[in-house]
Design a protein around this ligand. Structure first.
Ligand SMILES: [Zn+2]
Length: 216
């Protein structure tokens, strides 16, 4: 090995390190000025690691191209009603919810999905269904924690019901989730994209075929 080639090595190593770290999303966590206890700190730390772990997984599941993936994600814990929401700039999480549900950090994966969706005019039930598909089917490994009554529920019920429906449809028609995400992002007619991918089936027809009751 020549002296010159040997001198290249640390530089190449440094470049590789730069590439490796550039792919991990940066997470910024804001805690309230007052009332921060160990439980909230632990929840915030878990949220941060979940975002780092799941940002590439959500991107892969939805087929989000690299240029639309976030370089940083901000999570703000605040005194507010409700659970959590994405406001277009930050994931907001209610501190009161955290106090009552310290094991519910998976909610941040639902909100992270909204960050990567970036939809402008997609149907709300599909947007939420995809976010709960990512959380409960992929992250919680299929544990939706609901009991579906196929005669009362419907595929457009949103959140976990739609998420469960989409999970079954993806198993039967692989590649559906990526197609739906693309349609939602482009503002294309989601029902037509669904039918085109699922051998001409409407949501209701696919629901009737794919959704037996599930146990809690
Ligand atoms: Zn949501």
């Amino acid at each position: 090995m020549s002296v010159k080639a040997r001198g290249m090595r640390p530089l190449m190593f440094a470049m590789l390190l730069t590439v490796a770290t550039a792919t991990a999303v940066e997470v910024r966590v804001q805690l309230p000025d007052q009332g921060v206890d160990d439980r909230l700190k632990a929840f915030a730390a878990r949220s941060e690691s979940l975002v780092v772990e799941w940002e590439p997984k959500v991107a892969a599941a939805l087929g989000v191209p690299v240029e639309r993936r976030p370089k940083s994600v901000t999570i703000i814990f605040r005194d507010m009603k409700g659970v959590a929401y994405w406001d277009g700039k930050a994931i907001n999480v209610a501190t009161a919810w955290v106090a009552g549900h310290p094991d519910d950090a998976g909610l941040v994966v639902h909100e992270l999905t909204h960050v990567l969706q970036g939809y402008r005019k997609a149907p709300g039930w599909m947007t939420e269904g995809l976010a709960d598909y990512v959380r409960f089917q992929l992250m919680e490994k299929g544990k939706f924690g609901i009991r579906i009554d196929p005669s009362k529920n419907k595929p457009t019920d949103s959140y976990r019901v739609t998420g469960y429906f989409l999970a079954q449809a993806e198993k039967k028609y692989p590649g559906l989730i990526v197609k739906l995400n693309q349609a939602c992002f482009e503002g294309a007619p989601v029902d037509k994209v669904f039918a085109a991918h699922c051998d001409g089936r409407t949501y209701e027809q696919a629901w009737a075929e794919l959704v037996p009751p599930i146990k809690k």
